[in-house]
Design a protein around this ligand. Structure first.
Ligand code: TPP
Ligand code: MG
Length: 227
């Protein structure tokens, strides 16, 4: 399926998915990161979605998936008309993505704290199979409070998982905040890091394409605080 939908059409697509306004800011926070990844960084397409050599994108922060679905529709994984019925009884597009139903969703998510550990295992597996694919996992700043991330961050640094990129969408909603900045948490474990404006497509692209041999990469994408 070929679509010509561009970035400017995404807000209109998101607006078609009503009924989860509680998470509209969470959704909107991810929009620019998702667009840059799917448009310019990831080697993923509907017709190659089952190939072992594809890149993997894991949406760990599963609440508010409206921007994710909009980008999947823009890139031909979903039809745009399908967005209208999202979260309905007959829709495969739930308020949390289900990997068994949503084309292009690598993991089911909604329960926070699982995507980064799964991404670490995926990167290890790809390395063992000598596949060149990269793995990008998107987490929230508050999600990082989940203890499961701590072991994953430490292990990925020790193991030098350079196929792995974690993007933290930082809208300053973590209860205790991140003194010294989120990047410092990754750097102490040996990760390369970049902190950029999460709305600036050029800066995001530059961060995602940073060379980081022998180390995983954390991109902290800062967006305006959650209301
Ligand atoms: C394990 C788990 N605990 C609690 C929740 C409830 N919950 C849903 S969204 C959210 C806050 C997430 O904040 P953040 O990761 O920063 O994402 P944001 O909403 O800011 O985009 C919480 C605690 C959850 N989904 N999973
Ligand atoms: Mg947040």
């Amino acid at each position: 399926m070929v679509t010509t939908t561009g970035y400017d059409e995404l807000p209109g697509l998101i607006a078609r998915m009503t009924g989860d306004e509680k998470h509209s800011v969470a959704a909107e926070s991810t929009l620019d990161v998702l667009w840059v990844l799917y448009d310019r960084v990831l080697r993923i397409a509907p017709d190659t979605a089952n190939q072992a050599r594809r890149d993997r994108f894991l949406l760990s922060k599963g609440h508010g998936p409206m921007a994710f679905y909009a980008v999947l529709a823009a890139k031909g994984f979903l039809t745009e008309s399908e967005l209208d019925g999202w979260a309905g009884r007959d829709s495969r597009l739930g308020m949390h993505p289900d990997r068994t139903r949503v084309p292009g969703a690598e993991i089911s998510s909604g329960s926070l704290g699982h995507g980064l550990p799964i991404a670490v295992g995926t990167a290890l597996g790809l390395r063992a199979q000598r596949l060149p694919s990269k793995v990008v996992v998107l987490v929230g700043d508050a999600e990082l409070d989940e203890g499961s991330n701590e072991e994953a961050i430490a292990f990925a640094g020790r193991a030098g998982l350079d196929r792995l990129t974690t993007v933290v969408v930082d809208n300053a909603s973590a209860t205790h905040g991140w003194p010294g900045g989120i990047a410092a948490r990754f750097e102490v474990e040996g990760w390369a890091t970049r902190t950029v404006n999460g709305r600036d497509h050029g800066a995001l692209y530059g961060a995602f394409t940073t060379e980081h041999p022998g180390r995983p990469l954390a991109v902290v994408a800062t967006v305006e605080p959650k209301e």
